[in-house]
Design a protein. Structure first.
Length: 305
């Protein structure tokens, strides 16, 4: 019997992965509230030019084997409410949220379930209304807090399911470090791209000063991580720059998309968290302090949409 999968969050990232799961014949349902169910029923989601009528559910189908959470951090409480009837002791939860704390929140909300650490790296999906396009889905890194040897059965099962659906997946030896590495990426590229309203090609340009600001913000994450006992270093920035060079040059980060659309951004989980941790740990973070302040100021000056 095929595993039952539910997904919350049909934005750029969620729609990209949902299209692969549906194409692979997976038993997938997209969890929605009644309002979204009505809106989604009116028009299919378009992914790379192809219409998808994703199967929708309000949770009445019962517990799922795998729950994928692909919302923005501000919508996590709403996602948890939608997930409640779909989670029991057999459910594995995969959080693809940016930041370093969503797994802890989900584990508190669903203590009987298995919450794995996961990050999506190298995806360049862009959403415009119900239209989503991407040139790269990147890969998902998944695991328990430490995977020193062969993956545990639940990790291996999830990795095999994703790989079978055409979603590249890997199980790193130190998943906590990878979680912080993804956060390092987002703190730099998302904040700088949101302020500059720039696509990836601006930050791929080695001569553009915006790239230097991105790297400077990421070096502050390394300092904070080291103070917390997470062994990030300069090689992690080199790893990121190699990923950056492979992204669609005219695509935008999720935070730049939000800024351009006048939507609230995830700045509190990026620069805001760096500033808070820097203060707690006695680590100077002047670049992130400025980025956080400017982004919060820009949000306050923008009329709500």
């Amino acid at each position: 019997m095929a595993p039952r999968i539910v997904l919350v969050g049909l934005g750029a990232l969620g729609a990209g992965y949902a299209s692969r799961l549906l194409d692979a014949g997976c038993d997938l349902r997209v969890l929605v509230d009644p309002g979204r169910a009505a809106r989604y029923a009116e028009r299919p989601t378009i992914v790379n030019g192809r219409p998808y009528d994703f199967p929708l559910s309000t949770g009445a189908d019962g517990p799922a084997d795998l729950a994928v959470v692909a919302v923005k951090r501000a919508a996590l409480d709403e996602a948890i409410a939608l997930l409640r009837p779909c989670v029991d002791e057999r459910t594995v939860i995969l959080s693809l949220l940016n930041g370093i704390d969503s797994e802890e929140v989900l584990a508190r909300a669903f203590p009987a379930a298995t919450v794995l650490l996961a990050v999506s790296v190298g995806i360049d999906a862009v959403r415009d209304g119900r239209d989503v396009r991407f040139t790269s889905l990147g890969r998902i890194l998944v695991g328990e807090p430490a995977n020193p040897g062969p993956a545990a059965d639940r990790v291996a099962t999830v990795a095999a399911l994703l790989t079978g659906a055409g979603i590249e997946c890997a199980v790193p030896a130190d998943m906590v470090r990878e979680l912080w590495w993804k956060w390092l990426i987002n703190v730099g590229v998302n904040q700088v791209s949101a302020l500059s309203r720039a696509p990836y090609r601006v930050l791929q340009d080695r001569d553009n000063p915006a790239r230097e600001v991105m790297v400077a913000a990421q070096r502050e994450v390394i300092a904070v991580a080291n103070a917390r006992g997470v062994a990030l270093d300069e090689h992690d920035i080199v790893r990121w720059l190699a990923v950056l060079d492979g992204l669609g040059p005219d695509n935008y980060t999720s935070m730049a998309q939000d800024a351009l659309a006048g939507r609230p951004t995830e700045v509190d989980g990026f620069g805001g968290t760096v500033v808070t941790l820097g203060r707690e740990l006695g680590v100077p973070v002047p670049v992130n302090t400025v980025l956080y302040g400017l982004l919060k100021g820009a949000e306050a000056a923008s009329p709500p949409r």
